[in-house]
Design a protein around this ligand. Structure first.
Ligand code: ASP
Ligand code: MG
Length: 692
């Protein structure tokens, strides 16, 4: 039925702090009889040890201030007289006893305050109860004293005692914690609370390691090990009496009474590593004697420490095992850095974020993506903390979703509805299809907070109003909507344009050479060699064009890319505003695909002549999609252009893409050039969009 509460020096350092202590004590007094043990106010013990009269006077002043703020009238006067008397005694005491007065000052104030609040308060003289080095005798004296008197709250000074010869003495610096444990053990207290100025025992000293966190529960052995090797939060001798009496030690923060705290008791520790403590240039990584998680294999601690220090550029003098702990010796000048590095490796796991992926499409891009996720999930998790897992797949006929329980299978048309029903938080939908209509469901997904990463450019080459609505849905729901892949595959084109737009740079013109197949054909064509028609057919058969190559030759594909580029630059371009001039005359493009190839073949002499003429003038033909700011507004078009050697697109090879952006900020254009095509490139672009 006793509850022992100990308050440290900073908890009673000012009138405001004392009020906080009183609140806590009053709460606890409702649950049982409180034994309140207190340290001297912070700085007092040091001041008394200094022997400096000026420091004594300063202390006297600080105590008087507290009294003045907490008391009024005759109570204030009576208490101040008592303190004056104590200060007088302190100045006259033998020099080795001076230090014992700090706790008398603080507890005298506390006891007086609790009495004025109406509690039956009894001040206990710890000097008559605590016998240094004799716990049985101490317990006997405490029990005798308590059985003789009744009180709501007993107030006892920490730290001070008598030695075996009866001379007044102390329990050592920080000894008030131990005083509290002695009182608790003597009366088999229900509760032992050490109230300090940090949130319990932490994985490191928070003053040295800002990322330190509270250890919610730990064993007596672990607490003893931390306390004995530099963790100042608890005085090491405190542990033994509590452990013998099987009393939990709660280490709490008096400044945040309902915040995080530590409970120390006899149970096994929850994890293999407890925390780091340091003394001088020595760091101790405290290990648990016994842990609850027996399954987890113990990583080679020494190796991990070594690597952590190496990454921080620190060379340890030595790393030695000591029982379940490691002792690391470093130069004192790098101590804090070393503490942080070791703490980071052992106690700061990056939180892993689950990223379930619902993939639509089973073409080359989707296949490459699935394989890439399979291959890279491990490294990605390590590098980014994101755990990618494909949980849904669909082709044009059916879908399957497997979230670990019962897999769900259905027909393609229901895929989105099924996703909306089951998608866990953080899910991403990947549109790797060529669907013309799938984008109509994007808003539903975004509204459910599901992110979308798309390589399907049809989804964005839609009327501007629909495009804008999609962006709003993404923004309002905090869901990602990314489609870097739709232009130039893995090239960071859209990102670069929107970075400019975001920082008030204004795009003045865009030239995009983004039709891979045409680039390849145009750059490889030689009059007299393979005919243009044959090259187109070969490319189509190799799967390099859209299934119907006329989509490429007619500029449809380039048009979609141009719409996306322009909108990314903040220009509300609509399809109808773009003047498209097909690579070959419109009349060739009509009819069946077979007829088209025939007509194209008979067009060969014209094509050859056109190519020769360009070459004669020193130009190369490139199929360019362009956007340009004019005094009348933006103009856009797509068509063949003869480019001179000074033009960045002149040297494009094979399926390379180039994009040239001129903007208001810079005299020279931004040029992005590189591989603009390929299933692997597209897949890697999708993956990076997911991770961005
Ligand atoms: N006042 C003493 C000290 O400063 C005892 C304690 O605070 O626990 O060491
Ligand atoms: Mg202390």
């Amino acid at each position: 039925m006793y509850r022992v509460l100990k308050f440290g020096g900073s908890s009673v350092a000012s009138a405001t702090n004392v009020s906080r202590v009183l609140d806590i004590v009053e709460q606890e007094a409702r649950k049982g009889c409180v034994i309140l043990v207190s340290s001297a106010i912070s700085g007092c013990t040091d001041a008394l040890l200094s022997g400096d009269p000026a420091q004594y006077r300063e202390m006297e002043q600080r105590h008087a201030d507290i009294v003045r703020r907490l008391f009024t009238g005759p109570e204030r006067e009576a208490l101040q007289q008592k303190l004056d008397e104590l200060f007088r005694q302190m100045r006259e005491a033998p020099s080795d006893e001076t230090v014992t007065f700090g706790e008398l000052f603080s507890t005298t104030i506390l006891a007086a305050k609790l009495a004025t609040e109406g509690y039956k308060t009894v001040w206990l003289d710890s000097r008559d109860m605590v016998v240094k080095g004799d716990e049985p005798k101490t317990y006997e004296l405490i029990r005798a004293a308590l059985s003789k008197q009744k009180a709501d709250i007993f107030v006892a000074p920490g730290f001070i005692c008598r030695d075996a010869d009866g001379k007044v003495s102390t329990l050592g610096r920080g000894g008030s914690d131990y005083t509290a444990a002695l009182y608790a053990a003597a009366v088999a207290a229900d509760s032992l609370q050490i109230w300090t100025d940090v949130p319990g025992i932490m994985t490191a000293n928070p003053k040295q390691v800002p990322a330190a966190r509270t250890i919610p529960r730990m064993s007596y052995t672990a607490a003893l090990e931390m306390a004995s090797h530099g963790a100042k939060v608890l005085y090491a001798p405190t542990v033994a009496p509590a452990m013998a009496a099987k009393i939990d030690i709660e280490v709490r923060n008096s400044f945040v009474p309902n915040g995080k705290y530590t409970v120390v008791n006899a149970e096994k520790d929850a994890s293999r590593w407890i925390g780091v403590a340091s003394e001088g240039g020595t760091i101790r990584l405290v290990g648990a004697a016994d842990t609850q998680d027996v399954k987890r294999p113990e990583p080679d601690g020494k190796e991990v420490i070594f690597r952590a220090l190496e990454e921080a550029g620190i060379q340890a003098r030595s790393i030695k095992k000591d029982g379940n702990s490691f002792v690391i010796s470093v130069r004192e000048s790098v101590l804090e850095q070393a503490l942080r590095a070791i703490h980071r490796s052992f106690f700061q796991e990056i939180p892993i974020q689950d990223v379930p992926l619902f993939v639509a499409g089973d073409g080359a891009v989707a296949q490459a993506l699935l394989q890439m996720v399979r291959q890279s999930a491990g490294t990605v998790k390590e590098r980014t903390g994101k755990h990618l897992r494909v949980v849904g797949r669909a082709n044009s006929l059916r879908y399957g979703i497997d979230l670990g329980g019962q897999p769900v299978i259905g027909s393609e048309g229901d895929y989105i509805d099924a996703i909306l029903k089951v998608a866990p938080k953080g899910s991403v939908f990947v549109d790797a299809t060529n669907s013309k209509t799938l984008y109509k469901r994007y808003a539903d997904l975004l509204q459910a907070g599901i992110g979308i990463v798309s390589s399907n450019r049809r989804s964005f080459a839609i009327p501007y109003a629909e495009y804008a609505a999609m962006q709003v849905a993404a923004r309002e729901n905090g869901a990602m909507l990314r489609y870097e892949t739709t232009v130039g595959a893995a090239l960071p084109i859209l990102e670069s344009i929107s970075r400019g737009a975001n920082s008030c740079d204004e795009v003045l013109s865009i030239e995009a050479v983004v039709s891979c197949t045409l680039n390849q054909i145009l750059s490889e064509y030689q009059s007299g060699g393979e005919s243009f028609a044959a090259m187109v057919k070969r490319a189509a058969e190799a799967g390099l064009t859209e299934p119907d190559p006329r989509v490429d030759l007619g500029g449809q594909d380039a048009l979609r890319k141009l719409l996306i580029l322009s909108r990314e630059a903040g220009v509300r371009l609509e399809e109808g505003q773009v003047e498209v001039t097909p690579v070959v005359p419109e009349t060739l493009m009509q009819g069946s695909i077979g007829q088209f190839y025939e007509k194209l073949e008979s067009y060969e002499p014209n094509w050859a002549q056109q190519a020769q003429e360009a070459a004669r003038q020193g130009f190369r033909q490139r199929f360019v999609a362009w956007l340009e700011k004019t005094p009348e507004g933006f103009r856009a078009g797509i068509g063949l252009r003869n480019v001179p050697p000074v033009h960045p697109a002149y040297y494009l090879r094979g399926t390379e893409n180039a994009i040239i952006v001129r903007s208001a900020f810079h005299p020279y254009p931004l040029v992005i050039q590189g591989p603009g095509e390929g299933a692997r490139e597209a897949a890697s672009s999708i993956l990076n969009d997911i991770l961005r």
